[in-house]
Ligand binder design. Structure first.
Ligand code: SF4
Length: 107
């Protein structure tokens, strides 16, 4: 069984995916969370999303920011690619500054 095979048993199967990809604290997010609460594979879905550091949408009943908080609670890295969030922000800034410098010198 592949990572996503278990989703065929999901409460969200056949539902519009858009409701799982809205900003936190909206009516649509609440609708997605209600579906997740009824889902027989909620815990597995949540663990899978936490493991792969899913950055978007509601998975296993938690929003992206709630999953970051859960990773933090478990002592796991909280940023993408194994970086803590502050490290990933610093890296993003460094990349932007390097690209800007390269444009200025015509590289
Ligand atoms: S927990 Fe939510 S997102 Fe995960 S499979 Fe179930 S309904 Fe879908």
């Amino acid at each position: 069984m592949s990572r996503f095979d278990f989703h065929q048993h999901a409460a969200c199967a056949g539902q519009p995916t858009a409701i799982f990809y809205s900003d936190d604290h909206t009516t649509n997010t609440r609708a997605a969370k209600q579906l997740c609460q009824q889902c027989s594979i909620r815990q597995r879905c949540l663990e899978d999303a936490i493991e792969r550091r899913e950055e978007f949408g509601v998975w296993g009943g938690l929003t992206a920011s709630e999953r970051v908080a859960e990773r933090k609670r478990r002592g796991l890295p909280t940023g993408p690619y194994g970086l803590r969030y502050s490290e990933s922000v610093r890296n993003d800034r460094r990349i932007r500054e390097t690209n800007q410098l390269a444009m200025e010198v015509g590289a």
